[in-house]
Design a protein around this ligand. Structure first.
Ligand code: PBG
Length: 325
């Protein structure tokens, strides 16, 4: 083994050009997915107080916002709907005139090549705020599958390009795949929230989506943050059920999970840089405690280095602007 002073790693760090040549990980705008919240019953965009710069959008303003995203070079949006009416079974989640179905049609009409990914989960639509149907005080797995299937189908019927089930029910990828295939949508990819952890980092999102559970928590379906082997089993199952893209969520505290999933499979991997991760950085930056741009690029590069192919992030427009400039 040759060693110092023969070997000097600083040689390739001397200037920008040299550092660029040896750079191992790159972040591109075409790897970014921007989440959008579409809300019923508002006329003007409403900022989410815990997520500075992120809005609840009324349908009427959606086209313009998506056009702005497209002009920045961002290839895809991830849509969440916030309905006026919630009920026990989340009826608005799979209604033909539901907020999300209308939003999909509008985006595909106004910016046709924007890839529309939809979150498939009942929690924004149920009165109890859980991701499936409740019976005897518990979230029923198999009864929820049927509704999630209907929801995914209604999204692709409205024109969604990709559906992303985030409910963490067992068997949902298979249920959605077989229903879509049966109904003539065998070309619609499924992006499975495979390793989705029961995380405190979703706090600001729940304010944005009004989806806090009214009783209990999500630990009987979302994963224990302590487990990684179990995440690999979730990924394996979702692949067997027909997932096209697997996701790890959240991202920052789960980089090892991303890496292990990367090493264990050959599917494209998405990582979700979630609301709490966004809000922490924003808050610290607004206080002048950190350099936002530097920190955001470092975090997203870290997520890519861990093995993610694409990153879902509320920072997407800012990053796209920086990468352009
Ligand atoms: C719906 C869903 C959640 C998020 C994405 N889809 C919330 C949850 O599971 O409680 C969180 C996204 C974020 O925090 O940015 N189930």
């Amino acid at each position: 083994m040759t060693n110092f002073p023969t070997v000097r790693l600083r040689r390739t760090r001397q200037n920008d050009k040299l550092r660029g040549l040896v750079r191992e990980t790159r972040l591109h705008t075409d790897q970014l997915i921007y989440p959008l919240f579409v809300a019923e019953g508002i006329n003007e965009p409403r900022e989410i107080s815990s997520m500075p710069g992120i809005m609840n959008w009324p349908l009427e303003h959606l086209g313009r916002e998506v056009e702005r995203i497209a002009n920045l070079g961002i290839p895809a949006v991830l849509l969440f709907g916030i309905p006026n009416d919630k009920d026990e079974v989340g009826s608005q989640a799979y209604a033909e005139q539901g907020i999300i179905q209308q939003a999909i049609r509008r985006i595909k009409a106004e910016v046709p090549d924007m890839q529309v990914i939809t979150d498939v989960c009942l929690c924004e639509y149920t009165s109890h705020g859980h991701c499936g149907v409740i019976h005897n005080g518990t979230v029923q797995n198999d009864a929820s599958l049927q509704l999630l299937g209907q929801m995914a189908l209604s999204h692709v019927e409205a024109g969604a390009d990709i559906v992303a089930p985030s409910d963490m029910m067992d068997g949902r990828v298979g249920a959605i795949r077989s229903l879509l295939d049966e109904q003539g949508f065998n070309q619609a990819p499924i992006m499975a929230y495979s390793a989705k952890y029961a995380s405190g980092f979703y706090g600001p999102f729940r304010e944005a989506a009004g989806s806090t559970p009214q009783f209990g928590d999500r630990r009987s379906y979302q994963m224990d943050p302590a487990n990684v082997r179990e995440a690999l089993r979730e990924v394996e199952l979702d692949i067997a059920e027909g997932a096209d893209i697997v996701m790890v969520k959240p991202a920052m505290a789960y980089l090892d999970v991303i890496r292990q999933v990367r090493d264990a499979c050959n599917l494209p991997i998405a990582a979700y840089n979630v609301s709490g991760e966004y809000s922490m950085i924003k808050a610290a930056a607004q206080n002048g405690w950190i350099d936002e741009r530097r920190i955001v690029m470092e975090v997203l590069t870290g997520i890519r280095r861990a093995g993610a192919d694409m990153v879902i992030t509320y920072f997407a427009p800012e990053v796209a602007g920086w990468l352009k400039g």
